[in-house]
Design a protein around this ligand. Structure first.
Ligand code: 26Q
Length: 814
């Protein structure tokens, strides 16, 4: 282990080597690269040893395949996991440098949209920290999720060219590149033994080049791998331009389009659109990953491929990588010579599928013609899977004959990816108990009856190392001082804090820590927005992608309501509040963008009104990403988790804020239900319709939004303010929001839940005034948050789905 002196020495050496300057004259960027190089060096040996140990022990390996890995910055988390954070901080301080400034030099890697991508990143951290042989496989997009700027209240998207400067964590492995084939035709021959042989012809070739990023486990010397694939031109000698004019032009076209495959991340997180390039990205990821897996399997194990599922498990993150089903079949049959039945057995015992949504507009369906054109052989296999599946239904489940069109993998000239994933996997899991129940009871009811054993729940989690130990050191230290540091290895030990529920000194300490984090946030807000906020006000936080079902609009209605109350009665007694929003809207999502515009407009009115006297402040922080979340979350008092019940599969921001001592105001949705069940009703602010009530309104068609509009003066006043009233003017108006709600009968029940939300927020207001009571509730939340460590989640995946045990290392350094 490096001493402070040794670290300092190395740092000076690295800076000198790389920049030819003395450390005193080095820029923060130079120091960032130097520290990263030290950490990378430190991980290198262990990385090699970890790979070797996995190969020597010949245990089962898990591949977490995801179109998104929202890893954020890595320097501090790598230092922390390698046990170098304190040493590095001390060395930097001695050199008169601020660690925060150095960390800020790293580009936040935004290779994901939101929850699903961040979950994948948390899982990598937990797999390494718990010593599971788990690898990530994803795409090295040249452009990550767009950078958001707000201009006159409107979201503007800028490209996120995150690779502009050297990315110090990746290693290019050109010698492990693979070839992926697109398009062309499939030739069929009959072999001597009567079986069929399929060979592709005239395909377009793309080279998949892996870039490996190390994933360090916490304090255990394990270094796992996140492999990101980049699409490149195939090697020179395969540049045959073809034997006809049309082939010639086709080939040139193809060469120009190759690099687009890993060009950018699609910025939609809920509204599925059947874009051909997205289909190519998905196949590119899946084919590269599976080719590598089969290659490694053959190299490492002395077993026939028929037994591959004994050593390999492929977890697919939503349906985005569900082409893994036909691709594994293709590789096993066409390249490895297995027959259909053996290949199908292996596939159905290798692939496991996680579902993250019940929103029907988010379900992936690809037009048959597109798949046929881009992936002719995959299509033949999907077709065969579908035929066999439907035949099985017809003969073995006569009771389901009427339902075949709703269950078939191919229906209405579309391939239904969720159905393909269910049929082709051995496990289907939801991401919170309520979500899994909804899948079983309604969304996937018939499949659940068909394969009852396949469905299971794995409630999401977050890595408490990044989301508590790293981002909130003062709270982490306070906790360790009280209950010892064992919670870091065993987060359920946070429950030990419950002993302090009536310890006033400790509650005051918690209050002080929160106050300090809020003071820091106040400075950041001032710097980024120019607005000063009161660090003693309630920090009321809603940070997540912008979507109608997440109901940022309900939150804005609350702000407008309070503003109206103050205007009517300027002397009213109200606990000062700072409303903090951060959210990116999908570029094509009109309503989401209107809501962002509305937030800004309301802010411009409320923040400057003299009658308000600073008691309400509305802040929108630009460009929400992992780094911004890391600064907001430790400062949150109130965590807004207010989705229409039944719509948020789990949520993970709810867990992050709970772990940092925020209280939740939320609906009985996603993982909120489990937070509620743990902390009890006195330690959470629950409001609104339940998912079954919502379902009932929908089934009966008995909800009438206009009735509420007419009956509730407060609601009507706010709605009319949007419709050309106080919150509309000549230049700016929100009539579209008004008409959208009323003409679609308020599909997300904003008006319906308004009353209960307001009453509940009044309860928040009065509770916050009795600070000890508030901190008592915060303490209970922190104490029970151990359940939401992704360590718990990963242990469950390992035990129930993956069937793997932690790897024991015998090597001295491990
Ligand atoms: C699909 C097809 C084409 C283009 C984009 C997409 C796409 C991309 C991303 C569809 C969905 C996503 C992301 C979904 C997501 O983040 N879901 C969230 O997953 C979290 C982790 O399980 C849950 O906590 C959230 O409740 C869920 O909304």
């Amino acid at each position: 282990m490096l001493t402070i002196e040794a670290f300092e020495h190395k740092l000076k050496e690295k800076v000198k080597q790389a920049r030819g300057v003395d450390i005193a004259g080095a820029a923060d960027k130079d120091i960032y690269y130097a520290v990263a190089a030290i950490v990378q060096e430190n991980m290198h040996e262990n990385w090699h040893e970890t790979k070797k140990a996995y190969e020597d022990q010949q245990e089962r390996q898990v591949y977490y395949v995801s179109m998104e890995f929202l890893i954020g910055r890595l320097l501090e988390s790598n230092l922390l996991n390698c046990g170098l954070r304190d040493v590095c901080h001390e060395a930097l301080h001695r050199l008169g440098r601020s660690p925060e400034d150095i960390y800020a030099e790293e580009h936040d890697a935004g290779l994901g949209n939101g929850g699903l991508g961040r979950l994948a990143a948390c899982f990598l951290d937990s797999m390494a920290s718990l010593q599971y042989a788990g690898h990530g496989s994803g795409i090295r997009y040249r452009y990550g999720l767009f950078e958001q700027r707000i201009i006159h209240g409107n979201q503007v998207e800028l490209p996120d060219y995150w690779l502009k400067e050297t990315y110090p964590w990746e290693t290019r492995k050109a010698d492990e590149a693979l070839t992926i084939h697109f398009g062309g035709e499939v030739d069929m021959h009959t072999r001597a033994d009567g079986t069929l042989e399929f060979s592709p012809r005239n395909t377009d070739e793309v080279r998949a080049v892996p870039y490996d990023v190390p994933v360090a486990g916490y304090d255990n010397n394990v270094v796992n791998t996140l492999r990101l694939w980049s699409a490149e031109l195939p090697p020179e000698d395969s540049h045959l331009l073809g034997d006809s004019e049309s082939r010639y032009y086709h080939h040139l076209d193809h060469m120009h389009s190759i690099e687009q495959i890993s060009g950018f991340l699609y910025p939609d997180d809920s509204n599925y659109e059947g874009k051909e390039l997205r289909l190519k990205q998905q196949y590119f990821l899946v084919s590269a990953t599976l080719q590598q897996i089969i290659g490694d399997f053959k190299r490492v194990h002395d077993l026939p491929l028929k037994q591959m599922h004994q050593k390999i498990c492929v977890q697919i993150n939503d349906t985005h990588p569900s082409l893994a089903v036909p691709e594994l079949m293709r590789l096993l049959m066409d390249q490895e010579g297995l027959n259909w039945d053996d290949a199908w057995h292996v596939t159905r015992h290798t692939i496991a599928y996680t579902n993250h949504t019940t929103l029907s507009e988010a379900l992936e369906k690809w037009p048959v013609d597109m798949i046929k054109h881009v992936l002719p052989r995959s299509f033949m296999i999907i077709n065969e899977i579908n035929e066999r599946f439907c035949q099985g239904l017809w003969f073995d489940h006569p009771e389901l004959r009427d339902k075949i069109p709703e269950l078939a993998v191919i229906a209405d000239d579309q391939v239904h990816m969720a159905r393909l994933a269910i049929v082709g996997s051995f496990s289907v899991n939801g991401v919170a108990q309520l979500h899994t129940d909804i899948l079983k009871k309604s969304e996937m009811k018939d499949f659940h009856e068909l394969y009852p054993g396949k469905f299971n729940n794995k409630t999401n989690g977050i890595t408490h190392r990044r989301w508590l130990l790293q981002v909130n050191t003062e709270l982490a230290d306070t906790i360790s001082d009280a209950i010892g540091p064992q919670w870091i290895q065993q987060p359920s030990k946070l429950a030990g804090l419950l002993r302090y529920t009536n310890d006033n000194a400790f509650l005051q300490k918690l209050d002080q820590v929160k106050r300090n984090n809020k003071a820091k946030m106040t400075d950041i807000i001032q710097k980024q927005t120019g607005i000063s906020v009161d660090p003693d006000s309630i920090f009321d936080v809603q940070i997540k992608r912008l979507h109608e079902y997440k109901r940022q609009l309900l939150n804005v209605f609350h702000v407008i309501y309070l503003y109206n109350e103050i205007k009517d009665n300027p002397a009213m007694d109200i606990t000062p509040r700072t409303f903090i929003f951060a959210a990116k809207a999908a570029p094509g999502y009109y309503m989401a963008k209107e809501i962002i515009k509305l937030i800004h407009h309301v802010a411009s009115v409320v923040n400057h009104d003299k009658d308000v006297k600073g008691r309400l402040k509305l802040i929108f922080m630009e460009n929400y990403n992992v780094s911004l979340a890391e600064s907001i979350i430790p400062a949150a008092d109130l965590s807004e988790q207010i989705s229409t019940a039944g719509k948020e599969a789990s949520g993970t921001g709810n867990m992050k804020m709970m772990m940092n001592g925020a209280l939740t105001v939320g609906t009985m949705d996603g993982a909120n239900v489990e937070i509620h069940d743990l902390v009890g009703r006195d330690n959470i602010f629950i409001f609104g319709l339940s998912s079954s009530e919502i379902q009932q309104y929908r089934d009966e068609g008995s909800y009438n939004a206009k009735e509420i509009y007419h009956a509730d003066d407060r609601v009507r006043r706010i709605m009319d303010q949007l419709n050309g009233g106080d919150f509309g003017s000549q230049e700016i108006e929100f009539k579209d929001i008004f008409y959208h709600i009323l003409s679609h009968n308020d599909p997300y029940f904003v008006l319906k839940d308004f009353e209960d939300y307001i009453v509940t927020q009044e309860h928040v207001d009065s509770t916050f005034r009795i600070r000890e009571k508030w901190q008592q509730k915060a303490l209970v939340n922190i104490a029970y948050s151990g359940k939401f460590s992704s360590d718990r989640t990963i242990h469950e995946y390992a035990a129930d789905i993956w069937n793997i045990a932690p790897v024991r290392f015998s090597t001295p350094s491990l």
